[in-house]
Design a binder for this molecule. Sequence first.
Ligand code: MD3
Ligand code: FE
Length: 216
Amino acid sequence: MSTRGLFDDMGLDGVHELGPRACVLRGFARPVAGDLLKAINEVARISAFRHLVTPGGYTMSVAMTNCGALGWTSDRRGYRYSAIDPYTGSPWPAMPDSFKRLAHDAAAAAGFEAFEPDACLINRYAPGAKLSLHQDKDERDLGAPIVSVSLGMPAVFLFGGLRRDDPTAKVPLFHGDVAVWGAEDRLRYHGVMPLKDDPHPDLGSYRINLTFRKAG
Ligand code: MD3
Ligand code: FE
């Protein structure tokens, strides 16, 4: 990739570098967005979106479900990956082939070969929903990258450092954008600002984010 500065402006397409091994592939998922939305509805018919409770007793503003062999879940006992959806008592829906292909191809485009995720967390944001600053560290294999796909309303992503109090940069994420990060950027703190209501033609007043991980 180039020697552009960390947070210079970009057009709607291309690669926006966030760190040495973190980038946004602008519009990478746009060609398959319709297929993804259909598949998300099928997943949610089996394992519905739900507002999980954190170990601290707060109900999350983001609604979540999963597909794939493992799904991320939370309750008063802690955060964990589970092969069973605790709300249905059955395995999570299988990860659609269109999801696997997109995650693999985006990782490869960002320089991470042979990414085969076993977990896809699906986050649904309504206006006002947010994700506080956190690290993704519940996965067994921290050597694998994470691929994140944004659909629907735009969001402002907070991109921090390896310590909670490191400064954060604000990065807008739009419908079809794919973020990929790994290696020395894998444990960066990050979050999502409260969502503004700016309805999207395909999704109305929602934003959906797919997060692909190697969890097991
Ligand atoms: C971190 N979800 O579910 S990760 C999560 O928009 C989560 O719902 C975000 O954080 C969401 O745990 C998507 C977005 C992201 C993008 C680039 C990064 C996180 C990053 C680069 C470095 C570190
Ligand atoms: Fe995260």
